[in-house]
Design a protein around this ligand. Structure first.
Ligand code: ATP
Ligand code: MG
Length: 557
């Protein structure tokens, strides 16, 4: 028997994402909503965005951008990214974003498999973008310069504003209402998974998926809201967006939910910790969507003392494991609530979440199944595991689950059963909370578990222990084998705090610290190596594949 969310099912509209974000009088609202954090006079209201979306969509028609064609953005965040996202999705094309740190090869791969119909490139990335387009065989007429500020174009390509149809043309442009089933089949965006375990996979997300996940997240956000707020009277909040908009996490909150709730979002183009603190203090930011390294910085970086961030009341953290001690420490120190969310590119964004304003009592739970969402746990033989505290692979089913992987039937077949169950690859457990509700924990990723003498060791657990050590600034744990078919041992790559470096803290001290806290099979018998940084993606994930290759090389030495 699958588990159902303890929260009541909600009604989820089935329509075009534009009908959802501009519902009611939203297209007439003139207060600034997306604001350039570096230059707050540069902003967009919902009404301005509504007009721009229509002008851009009508412009795509004039350029004969095909239906279902991919409109690609290769840019750091700025306030016009949401406009392109909504114009592409809303006009039955697919939005896709490429990671700005990608090399020409990586961008070309994405352009090529999507057969990108248009590519909008930020001026700072022109060299890479042009090289990628050349490699993927995309002609220059399909490329545009995409900046916050108006440009004259560059390198023979035009500014994206050249696509915009006139206001009068836009007035007669209507979006397809996509009622019922159509919303479930029409793809709105193709997001790429982070590539933690292999090559990033294109994930096809429909209009119904986007609306479902925004509705679910809004509903769970207001469960037991201490100010008595609800979707129909959401109050006002100010958010700071620094997570990349090419990724599902930021798209859901910064674009779809912010428009729906009318919350103000200051958009940072780049995450610089001190700027982040400055923005929170200057704009009196109420809440942020974050990833674990942000908590690490809040806990460890000395600059924090120089800023008043007391306006911050809520942090949502997800995308990668967070240590419950770290979460509890930051929450106590800054007197705010931190709740985790769990999701994947394949769950549109989120599947399980802690209601905002609730305390997780230091347990590090990822929260409750979202409304309209079911879960089951299965063991290695595919049998259902049902007991409290017993671990299994988390399988999930709900209206936010992807339609399919882009042109990868094998991957779709492998992870999605015919009746909708999706195998996440994450290992989870559940327990009852104080209110008798079923709450969830991610224990590790199936592919990352280290097998020590037949026992499973979760790298995430050891990383959390290491972060408790005052000498440790950051850490990653992977399995290392010193002989081809020998035992696997946990090996830590550790970044020391400056002060610990001065004191020459060594391998033994770190090993002893861990040995004092965990069972023997989890000790760092694979050794400790000191590094300058732990390689991470912008979303905060440790680059496991890279770390494993590094451990393999180290073992050979
Ligand atoms: P790829 O599938 O390409 O290897 P990826 O799975 O890391 O990369 P995403 O879809 O961005 O790409 O991330 C989803 C994964 O992030 C989940 O499967 C899970 O392992 C991890 N994750 C997300 N939220 C949490 C959380 N709160 N705690 C622990 N892990 C999380
Ligand atoms: Mg994945």
């Amino acid at each position: 028997m699958p588990f159902k969310s303890p929260l009541p099912d909600i009604d989820i509209p089935k329509c075009n994402i534009l009908s959802y974000v501009f519902a009611g009088d939203r297209s007439n609202r003139t207060e600034p909503l997306w604001i350039d954090a570096a230059n707050p006079t540069n902003s967009l209201s919902l009404s301005q965005m509504h007009m721009l979306v229509k002008r851009l969509a009508a412009g795509f028609d004039k350029l004969h951008v095909p239906t279902n064609g991919a409109v690609m953005v290769f840019s750091p965040n700025h306030i016009f990214v949401p406009t392109v996202y909504l114009a592409a999705a809303g006009s039955n094309r697919a939005f896709t974003g490429a990671n700005p740190i990608y090399t020409a090869n990586e961008v070309a791969y994405q352009m090529k498999i999507l057969d990108a119909a248009l590519v909008l490139i930020h001026p700072s990335l022109l060299e890479v973008g042009l090289a990628a387009a050349k490699q993927a065989g995309i002609p220059k007429e399909k490329l545009f310069v995409f900046s916050n500020e108006e440009t004259q174009g560059a390198n023979g390509i035009k500014d994206w504003r050249a696509i915009l149809a006139s206001e009068s043309e836009a007035k007669s442009w209507q979006w397809d209402p996509l009622e019922g089933k159509e919303a479930e089949t029409q793809v709105a965006c193709i997001n790429f998974s982070s590539g933690t375990t292999g090559l990033p996979k294109g994930v096809c997300i429909t209009h119904a998926n986007l609306i479902a996940n925004a509705s679910q997240a809004i509903s769970i956000k207001f469960v037991g809201d201490i100010q008595g707020r609800s979707e129909s009277s959401p109050g006002k909040e100010t958010w700071l967006a620094f997570l990349p908009l090419y990724h599902a996490y930021s798209q859901l909150w910064t674009i779809n939910i912010a428009s729906r709730l009318g919350y103000k979002v200051y958009v940072m183009s780049k995450f610089v910790f001190e700027d982040f603190l400055k923005c929170i203090s200057q704009y009196r930011v109420d809440a942020i969507q974050a990833v674990p390294p942000v908590l690490v910085m809040l806990s460890k970086r000395p600059e924090v003392k120089n800023y008043d961030i007391s306006s911050l009341k809520q942090i949502l953290v997800g995308a990668a494991p967070t240590s419950s001690e770290l979460q509890a420490e930051v929450s106590r120190r800054f007197n705010l609530k931190i709740g985790q969310g769990w999701g994947m590119t394949e769950t549109t964004c989120a599947g399980i979440m802690v209601p905002f304003g609730e305390d997780d009592d230091g347990t590090g739970t990822i929260g409750l199944l979202m409304p309209n969402t079911e879960a089951k746990l299965v063991d290695d033989l595919g049998r259902e595991v049902t007991a409290e505290g017993e671990r299994g692979e988390l399988c999930i089913r709900g209206p936010q689950m992807l339609k399919e992987y882009w042109r990868n039937e094998a991957a779709t077949r492998e992870s999605k059963e015919a009746d909708g169950w999706f195998h996440s690859g994450d290992v989870a457990i559940w327990k009852k909370d104080g209110k008798g509700r079923q709450t969830w924990w991610i224990v590790d990723r199936k592919k990352e578990l280290i097998k020590v003498k037949g026992l499973q060791v979760a790298p995430a657990e050891l990383e959390a222990v290491l972060l408790e050590c005052d000498d440790v600034a950051d850490a990653a744990v992977v399995g290392i084998r010193f002989e081809e078919d020998g035992e696997e041992w946990p090996r830590a790559y550790v970044v020391l705090q400056d002060d610990a470096k001065r004191r020459n803290v060594g391998e033994k001290e770190i090993q002893n610290f861990v040995a004092g806290k965990v069972a023997k099979h989890k000790w760092l018998e694979g050794g400790v190596k000191f590094v300058d940084e732990v390689p991470k993606l912008a979303s905060g994930k440790i680059m496991r594949k890279f770390m494993k290759d590094m451990a393999k090389k180290d073992a050979e030495e």
